[in-house]
Design a protein around this ligand. Sequence first.
Ligand SMILES: [Cu+2]
Length: 268
Amino acid sequence: MHKEQVTGAIRWASAAVLGGMLAAPSWAADTSQAALQKINDPARGWDHLWREVIVDITIIGILFALVTAYFVIRSRRTAENQVGASPTLSPAAAVAWVVIPIFIFLSIDLYTAANGWVLWNHYRDVPADRLEVKLESGMYSWDYTYPNGVRTQNQLVVPAGKPVMLRMTSRDTLHSHYIPDFRVKEDSMPGRVTYLWFYPEKPGEHVVTCAEYCGVMHGYMAGRIIVKSADEYAAWMKQEEIQFAAASATDAPASVKTGQPAAKPKKT
Ligand SMILES: [Cu+2]
């Protein structure tokens, strides 16, 4: 009787959990298709996944605390010199106590991992309609080159409402271009081209910082992303183009020539 109940419970729980495990990746695939059509911004997916993980571990944490408290109270000593006795489990019950929790936690992990995989693919899949800027990092500056040759240092001006892709490399050592507001970070390194993309939805300013220790002035390796409205961006770019045309072909940011740290971001 007791054994039948336990095996029945195992069967029921396994079926439920396995069903959940099988459903998770297909659910994730559905959302990825929807995401590609509707949501342009992986930062939102990042926030969503982060909240999901926080909720998961909070529920699990509270659940564990409650179960622990329950057992502590239930198994407390009620008399002097009382000696406790552990319950004797049938083999089926012992297996159930091991297998069922494993399945529950594995299903949560797999579900989260599947969503993370979908999000990662979204981060790697750059929209075709984008502004593409080259970035060369060096101790200790970020040097951006626009498709028309215009260059800026430690500040990247972009139009709102257009995905921006950075193709990155480094002239000296490992750096990591991190834009916390856009939930995106990618290493740049010598001899290799890496990329990232982000979606600046509306005008504003965002911090860029180096997230890979690259030398004694690593902490000063900061920049800005300046998001302008499409019109303001066009006006800014026009001015930059005029300056660029006027300047000689050898005009380069100070740090490129001397290898010295960048003093100030180039004025707009
Ligand atoms: Cu750096």
